[in-house]
Design a protein around this ligand. Sequence first.
Ligand code: AHG
Ligand code: MN
Ligand code: MN
Length: 285
Amino acid sequence: MRDAVSRIVDAVAETAPEVRAGLTGRREYETDENPSGEQMLAADLHADQLLEERLLAIDGVASYASEEREDVVESGQGDFHVACDPLDGSSNLKSNNVMGTIVAVYDEPIPAPGSALVASGYVLYGPITTFVLAREGTVTESVVEETDDGVERRVVDEDVTIPDDPVVYGFGGRVPDWHEDFEAFVREIEDELKLRYGGAMIGDVSQVIEYGGIFAYPSLTSAENGKLRLQFEGNPIAHIVECAGGRSSDGEQSLLEVEPDELHQRVPVHVGNTELIERLEAALA
Ligand code: AHG
Ligand code: MN
Ligand code: MN
């Protein structure tokens, strides 16, 4: 039998075609807001329910947490704790642009530090459905396909590594809300790299991983910790980028070193080529 972490990863990949198929007809907003005070789409809730059901059914999964629910759901057994962003970039659904599903597997109860991650990954619902997984220091990319035998993952890159020469950048938040030191850093970067920003972290980070560069959703004058959430977005994406040879930062230290104090806490996110993240940290010092 496959180990619990592999079964968790399998379950997320196997659920992806259903999440994707369920997007059609779920583009309307729900009346309730999520715990971060954001409007939820029917698609966010559908993906969350599917993942909760599939992941909690696995022997070894002690708990499930998600951006879309207030509290952690516990199973009463198991050693692994799974945190999901069921649909990242879901506001892109109305304009039919890219979105993803993010999964973080911790071996400590959530909220947990990134150092407790044993695997992390994302599904990218682009023109094709891909699955990127970081485990044991290596990142792999697979294509997710539905076949007569069920959902299959075909590995297309068994050692995903960020290229040395960076090409793209994408930074979130309104420019007038950026801090002065961050804006000065951006002005330098603009001279060197080309802008790619699509409104779904997972799509933007995927470009950074493929072409090299930097993605950030920084601290804002209107929101000191930015927008992205540590458990569901910051930690797993940092783990993937670091396993692919890059670096992550909250502005001062690796995101994987940030001590969590709250399930839905937000954190400034900067990820990309090591050299660019070092320059960013020097610029913010
Ligand atoms: P989610 O849909 O899970 O709430 O995440 C959206 C996040 C992230 O994916 C993206 O980088 C950012 O919000 C985009 O925000 P803006 O619309 O402010 O650019
Ligand atoms: Mn998200
Ligand atoms: Mn989401």
